[in-house]
Ligand binder design. Structure first.
Ligand SMILES: Nc1ncnc2c1ncn2[C@@H]1O[C@H](COP(=O)(O)OP(=O)(O)OP(=O)(O)O)[C@@H](O)[C@H]1O
Ligand SMILES: [Mg+2]
Length: 227
């Protein structure tokens, strides 16, 4: 599989009063198209920080990041937003669905933002809902869905624009064990079907073990935890 992402020596620090706290101390990461990796690590170790940088939501202080042959750190805000919309999907711990829209409308949103015609966006949203097993919930608002159903809608939304890569930050942090396992199985089957690269942050080593590769954030570095 061709290379999708190369991160080299990424650093990020935050100011804590006068003190500079290093969170990422030189992260290297190489992913091929279709890879599926879990990132584990203690709370505060920098997992979300790294994911935000990989997704262009935050900038590294130094280092380089190339995704699909594009120098991400060189993009301006507008180009970055467009790049994200076209290439990436995000899934968060608390779904971040829009409460005033129903399930299919939430999934259609990234397509509408990308300028797709409404009828096409709806059709694609309904196909994706079917793919995550929620056709019967198309008209339900997020408040009318269970936690696991919301996360399945969030995953469908992340896939709407056929992204090369989905970045998921503790997508099951809020779910019971069985539902969490189901979400991981869903991500695995979507990966097999569409070749989408998944980077999944979790606290849970049992869930991480479901994915082919696990990396750990450790003292600001990303180390191979299991292959
Ligand atoms: N905007 C910010 N300003 C200052 N410090 C920050 C900021 N964002 C994160 N940090 C600090 O950076 C460190 C890493 O945070 P991060 O959110 O990446 O951790 P995490 O591994 O995702 O933790 P968790 O498992 O609890 O989600 C923490 O010590 C946090 O306090
Ligand atoms: Mg986090």
């Amino acid at each position: 599989m061709p290379n999708l992402l190369t991160a080299t020596a990424l650093t990020r620090s935050y100011l804590d009063g006068e003190r500079e706290v290093s969170v990422l101390a030189g992260v290297d990461l190489s992913l091929n198209q279709g890879d599926m990796v879990a990132i584990v690590g203690a709370s505060g170790s920098g997992k979300s920080t790294l994911l935000h940088i990989l997704g262009g939501l935050d900038k590294a202080d130094s280092g380089s990041l190339t995704v699909a042959n594009l120098d991400v750190l060189a993009l301006n805000a507008k180009a970055l937003a467009q790049w994200r919309n076209e290439n990436l999907g995000f899934v968060y711990q608390f779904h971040h669905l829009l409460g005033e829209f129903n399930a299919w409308e939430n999934i259609a949103m990234p397509l509408l933002i990308a300028g797709q015609p409404a009828a096409h966006a709806k059709q694609r949203a309904l196909e994706l809902l079917d793919r995550v097993g929620l056709s019967h919930r198309a008209e339900h608002s997020p408040a009318q869905l269970s936690g696991g159903e919301r996360q399945r809608v969030a995953i469908a939304r992340a896939l709407a624009n056929r992204p090369k890569m989905v970045l998921a930050d503790e997508p099951t942090g809020n779910l019971d064990e069985d539902t969490a396992a189901m979400i991981y199985n869903l991500m695995l089957s979507l990966n097999a079907e569409f070749g989408t690269t998944f980077v999944v942050v979790t606290h849970d080593h049992t869930l991480a073990a479901k994915l082919p590769r696990t990396l750990a954030m450790d003292h600001g570095l990303l180390v191979e935890a299991r292959k």
